[in-house]
Design a protein around this ligand. Structure first.
Ligand code: GAP
Length: 584
């Protein structure tokens, strides 16, 4: 695994999501989908720079997982092959995988406003998950171990969280503490009269950068024993307006072909994983892989999320990077631990500071229907700080999926048995003198699966958050994006200092040479300061400037984005300089 030096960054809690979203839009990373028609909730378009950033992360994942996978715990090179399966599969796939019956979120409705919320996001209706407990512990520790609660400014979903002992105290802190307001990204705040006499919490008018909105300060964590009626709506703060939780299936459906009826209903895949399980036998029969091995896939997935939120964190269309690693049941725990550690290291290789990442084991009541054990890699997003939110799950899926799709008593639809005869294990057991019946029993099995599953679009969000660095003292850009060079959409800017005196010709020649290999931009317009500022804001790590000295001694200035350091190198060395720094 290459260099894992972190980017020099501010704590995520000190970064404003509004500023990050605004920069992403202004510079062409991410746009609301179909914006000219008013957008569509939960859908996003990736602009020129966002597409480049996403592709750079995607290519690095593919390289580390498929082209150059790590050495395994047994000292042998790990074998992983790639796949690109269809988004729409036979709908029986989703019946046997358990998604038709089990891929649900509990949901409650606000009967007054018709707003819909995930019940497990409204603590009090559903037991607190381990995640929320941990957030509460983090908060408690931070304030000296005292029992405290956190309060959300909800509009309609929590937009910022604050620690206090009551909603009134939280409101008081917001009124009096300007730096707290700044930290939470609140540009304007004022307490107002409750919008309705039934509202039981302080009401306010806030501006998080999108104009003023009426909001309530409601408990983010309320006691477990409270019933839905007792839980205030996060939208209005009123009690007695939320319905009982109902299950809501997350799959989006469609009707391939001319007839729109139940018999012809198919689903857009909610995860790329099932396409891998369906092709297990194909890959085994048509390539030279042997268990243990992995199949990796990157592609779009779709979920009809009840509450898509936090920019591209939870959207209805997103991209996943998933790998299913097939191994013998006897070795599965060893591989689970191996992939847990490897995947954590991989996120560090993106330049993410270690203190912004954690590994969190799932509690048994949190496990998905298919999973025996799961550990999440979590990141401290500005909207979860000081807590963390999911970035990747590494799940021990046991033999759940292959058994479910395998021809047998429980699956009369499949025409294929998905088991494996392990010849190497058979020979090893023979050499160990194990008796014949046991050898037969142990060497044919349904492989177990370890699955590292991450979101590519969520990784884009993480790198935008991690790289975002306010630079109030710098001339020029007010914010820069400190991407590691490998992930920067543009690797270098090439500028003539002035657009005359033979400099453009030399700069153009350098540009024409470098563009054959790297994403570089030529720019001769505006002052040199403005050109640097633009490159800083889009995260370009280097600028090469051709000036008067270049014409005399063939050297150029290299300007480094993060330190502003400048050095001179020979024109002939520029390509090697870029090669070396991008590979790091
Ligand atoms: N095959 C297992 C699986 O899909 P998951 O935890 O549901 O597991 C894996 O999803 C990853 O996909 C998550 O860790 C997250 O990064 C990403 N992801 C899931 N739902 C998402 C959504 N609605 N929007 C963006 N990314 C999502």
């Amino acid at each position: 695994m290459p260099d894992t030096t972190p980017l020099a960054t501010l704590s995520p809690a000190d970064k404003s999501m509004d500023d990050i979203v605004a920069l992403a839009k202004r510079r062409g990373f991410v746009y609301p989908a179909s914006e000219i028609y008013g957008g569509l909730r939960g859908f996003w378009d990736y602009g020129p720079l966002g597409t480049a950033l996403k592709n750079n992360i995607r290519d690095w994942w593919w390289k580390c997982m498929v082209e150059c996978p790590p050495i395994g715990p047994d000292g042998q090179p790990v074998s992983i092959v790639g796949l690109d399966s269809a988004i729409i599969q036979n709908p029986k796939t989703w019946q046997h995988s358990g998604h038709v019956g089990g891929f649900n979120d509990p949901m409650v409705d606000d009967t007054e406003t018709n707003q819909r919320f995930r019940a497990d996001h409204l603590q009090g209706i559903f037991p607190l998950g381990a995640n929320e407990e941990r957030v509460r512990n983090t908060i408690s520790t931070e304030v000296g171990g005292e029992t405290t609660s956190s309060f959300s400014i909800g509009v309609p979903i929590p937009r910022a969280t604050i620690i206090a002992s009551s909603p009134e105290e939280a409101a008081g802190q917001l009124v009096s503490d300007k730096s707290l307001r700044k930290r939470l990204g609140i540009r304007f705040f004022e307490l107002v009269e409750p919008f309705d006499e039934q509202i039981v919490v302080p009401c306010c008018r806030i501006d998080l950068g999108n104009g003023k909105i009426d909001a309530c300060i409601s408990p983010a964590l309320v006691p477990l024993e409270q019933q839905p009626a007792e839980v205030p709506s996060p939208y209005t703060g009123k009690k007695n307006v939320l319905t009982e939780p109902r299950e809501f299936n997350l799959m989006l459906d469609t009707f391939p072909g001319p007839i729109r009826d139940e018999d012809n209903k198919a689903y857009l895949r909610p995860e790329t994983a099932q396409g891998i399980f369906l092709n297990f036998k194909n890959v085994l029969d048509t390539t030279r892989v042997k268990v243990p091995f992995g199949i990796a896939q990157i592609g779009k997935s779709f979920r009809n999320e009840v509450t898509p939120r936090n920019f591209i964190f939870r959207s209805r269309e997103f991209e996943q990077m998933e790998m299913e690693f097939f191994c013998s049941p006897e070795d599965s725990q060893k591989w689970y631990e191996f992939w847990r550690d490897e995947r954590f290291k991989w996120w560090l290789s993106l330049g993410i500071a270690e203190q912004n990442l954690v590994l969190r084991d799932h509690d048994s009541d949190e496990l998905a229907h298919y999973s025996n054990a799961c550990v999440d890699v979590e990141y401290q997003y500005p909207f979860t700080a000081p807590g963390f939110g999911e970035l990747e799950g590494v799940a021990h899926r046991g033999c759940y999926d292959l058994s479910a799709h395998s021809k047998g008593d429980n699956n009369k639809d499949s025409n294929t048995k998905l088991d494996y005869f392990d010849q190497e294990l058979q020979v090893r057991l023979q050499n160990e003198g194990v008796d014949k019946a046991e050898i037969k029993e142990r060497s044919r099995y349904v492989p177990h699966v370890i699955e590292p599953a991450s979101g590519l679009t969520r990784a884009v969000l993480v790198l935008l958050c991690e790289a975002f660095t306010p630079t109030p003292d710098r001339d020029g850009a007010k914010h820069i994006l400190s991407f590691k060079p490998r992930f920067a959409p543009v690797k270098a800017g090439i500028f003539p200092l002035v657009n005359k005196d033979g400099m453009p010709e030399v700069a153009q020649k350098l540009y024409m040479h470098l563009r054959q290999k790297h994403a570089v931009e030529y720019d001769a317009k505006q002052s040199i300061g403005k050109r640097y500022a633009r490159m800083d804001e889009i995260g370009t790590p280097f600028c090469f400037t051709i000036d008067g000295d270049t014409l005399e001694n063939q050297t150029v200035t290299v300007r480094h984005r993060d330190t502003l350091a400048q050095e001179r190198i020979h024109l002939d060395k520029v390509e090697a300089f870029l090669d070396e720094h991008i590979a790091g």
